[in-house]
Write a protein that binds this ligand. Structure first.
Ligand code: YNC
Ligand code: MG
Length: 412
C-alpha cells in the first residue's frame, strides 16, 4: 500500500520489535553515493535555497504560509515566520545543500521545499549524528503527483553526501513506521478570541463568562524568573543534559547548540517592539531561575512562537500560538522527588509560569505535546485535549516503540 515507503530503509508496518538497536542499511563511502540529482518532471528544476538571502527566505515563507500543514477541517494553517525559518534552518553546522527547493523552470517560481538540519541524537543507549527533516511542502496545485518521494530521495542524497545516514522526522500522517505518537494539548489564554474563531466551543453546562474566569492566569510568575543570558549557557547546558537522561530519545546539545536553541531566537530591540510582550522577530522565550548563592541555573523553560493563519474568520487573520519547548529543573535530582510528587509540583509551578509569560506576550493559546514530563502537569494547568496527533519517525534506525500516548506517557 506504500509504494514509496516500502522501498526505504525504515521498519515496515507490522514488523516485530528488533533484537538490537542499530542501522537498517550500512553507511556508504562518499564515492558510492549517487552523484547526480534525481530527475524531476519536465518544466521543473532543483534549487538550493540560500536562507541568508532575505528574498529567498521570503520565498520559503510564502510557499509555506499558503501551502503548509492545516488542521483536519482546514480551519487553521501553520504560519512559520521568516525569522522562525532563519532560526530553525540554520543551527550550528547546518548545510545549505540541505535546503532543497523545486522551481518552475520558466518563471523560477518556488513550488516545493524540503529541509534537513544536523542533529546529534541519543536513542536509548546509542548516540549518533542524524538529519532532522522538516518543512516538506508541495504547492497545492501539484499534489498527488508523486513529487514528495522525489524530494525525499533528493534530500536523502544530500544528507548522504555529508556522510550522514540516519534521520528523524515527525508528521501528522501515519506511514511506515512510527516509533512513538504524541497528542496535542491546548491551554486557552484568550478565550473570547478562541471562541470567536471556532478554535474552542462552550461546552454544555458552561458559559463563556465562566470559561474566561476559569482560564485566567496570574499577572506575574511565581518563581524568580529572568530571560536567559549568554552567561547562563554553560549552566543551562549542564542542567539540560542531566534532565534529559530521564528520556529515551533526546537531542544531545553542545554549548553552541544550547546558545542557538535557547538564546538566538529572542529577537532584537525591546519588548513591545514586535507587538505587546514581544520583540521584533522574536521566536523563542527562554526563562531561567538562578540560585542566588551558587549562581547556578536551577530551572528553565523555553517557548516557541508559531502562529497559524485562521482560514475563514471575518474578524481575525492570525491565531497567536506558543508551544512548550524544552525545560528542566534540578528538583528532579533530589532523592525521591519523582515518587513523592515534589517534581510534579515544581513542574506545575514552572510551566504555570510559562503560561504567565505566554499570556504577557499576548498569545491566544499555549500548546504542548504528550512528551517529556508534560502529561503529569497538563490536567492541573487546564490544558484541553486536541484533535491533532504527531507521529515520530527514525530513518535507517531500528529501535523498539518508545513510550507514547498508548501508555499515557510521552516520548520518554
Ligand atoms: C509526509 N508528511 O505516504 P507511499 S511533515 C513522509 N512524510 O508515499 P505525493 C509522506 N511521506 O505511501 P503529495 C508525507 N506525506 O505511496 C505523504 N507522504 O509510500 C508520502 N502537504 O507523494 C505518501 N507537510 O507527492 C506517499 O503526495 C507519497 O502531493 C505520496 O505530497 C505530500 O515535513 C506533501 O503536510 C506532504 O505539502 C508534500 O501533501 C503535501 O500529497 C503537502 O503524491 C501540506 O508521499 C504540508 C505537509 C508535511 C509535514 C514533514 C516531515 C517530512 C519527512 C519526510 C521523510 C524524510 C525521510 C528521511 C530523509 C533523510 C534520510 C537520511 C539520511
Ligand atoms: Mg505530488
Amino acid at each position: 500500500a506504500h509504494k514509496f515507503w516500502a522501498t526505504q530503509p525504515v521498519p515496515q508496518l507490522g514488523e516485530g520489535p528488533p533484537l538490537d538497536d542499530g542501522y537498517i542499511e550500512p553507511s556508504k563511502p562518499r564515492e558510492e553515493v549517487r552523484q547526480e540529482p534525481y530527475p524531476l518532471p519536465k518544466d521543473f528544476e532543483w534549487s538550493t535555497l540560500d536562507i541568508n538571502d532575505p528574498k529567498q527566505n521570503k520565498e520559503v515563507y510564502d510557499l509555506l504560509s499558503l501551502n503548509y500543514v492545516e488542521d483536519e477541517d482546514a480551519s487553521f494553517r501553520f504560519q512559520y515566520s521568516a525569522e522562525f525559518l532563519q532560526w530553525a534552518l540554520k543551527p550550528p553546522g547546518y548545510f545549505k545543500e540541505w535546503h532543497v527547493g523545486v522551481r518552475v523552470s520558466s518563471n523560477k517560481k518556488l513550488v516545493a521545499f524540503i529541509s534537513g538540519v544536523p542533529i546529534t541524537l541519543r536513542v536509548r543507549g546509542k548516540v549518533f549524528t542524524a538529519s532532522e527533516i522538516n518543512y516538506l511542502c508541495i504547492h497545492k496545485k501539484l499534489r498527488s503527483k508523486r513529487l514528495a518521494p522525489v524530494l525525499i530521495k533528493e534530500v536523502t542524497r544530500q544528507v548522504h553526501l555529508q556522510g550522514i545516514f540516519q534521520a528523524i522526522y515527525t508528521a501528522g500522517v501515519v506511514i511506515p513506521t512510527p516509533i512513538s505518537v504524541c497528542r496535542y494539548y491546548h491551554r486557552p489564554l484568550n478565550v473570547s478570541k478562541l471562541l470567536e474563531v471556532g478554535f474552542t466551543f462552550v461546552p454544555r453546562n458552561m458559559t463563556a463568562a465562566r470559561m474566561i474566569r476559569m482560564n485566567k492566569v496570574p499577572d506575574t510568575p511565581t518563581l524568580k524568573l529572568r530571560p536567559i543570558q549568554e552567561k547562563d549557557v554553560v549552566s543551562v547546558a549542564d542542567l539540560f543534559t542531566r534532565y534529559m537522561r530521564r528520556f529515551d530519545m533526546v537531542p544531545v546539545m553542545s554549548l553552541e547548540d544550547v546558545r542557538h536553541q535557547f538564546l538566538s531566537g529572542q529577537g532584537t530591540g525591546k519588548i513591545g517592539d514586535g507587538g505587546e510582550g514581544r520583540r521584533v522577530g522574536q521566536v523563542t522565550w527562554t526563562y531561567v531561575v538562578e540560585n542566588p548563592e551558587t549562581h547556578k541555573i536551577t530551572d528553565f523553560f523555553s517557548i516557541y512562537y508559531l502562529p497559524s493563519t485562521i482560514i475563514h474568520s471575518p474578524k481575525h487573520a492570525t491565531l497567536e500560538a506558543g508551544y512548550l519547548y524544552y525545560y528542566a529543573t534540578d528538583v528532579a535530582f533530589e532523592d525521591g522527588a519523582d515518587d513523592d510528587g515534589r517534581l510534579k509540583k515544581r513542574l506545575q509551578t514552572l510551566i504555570g509560569d510559562a503560561l504567565v509569560i505566554a499570556n504577557q506576550a499576548k498569545l491566544d493559546v499555549f500548546n504542548a505535546l504528550t512528551l517529556m514530563d508534560n502529561v503529569s502537569i497538563l490536567k492541573d494547568l487546564k490544558f484541553g485535549v486536541g484533535d491533532g496527533f504527531l507521529n515520530f519517525y527514525l530513518y535507517n534506525w531500528r529501535t523498539a516503540k518508545l513510550a507514547g500516548i498508548d501508555d499515557e506517557g510521552g516520548v520518554k
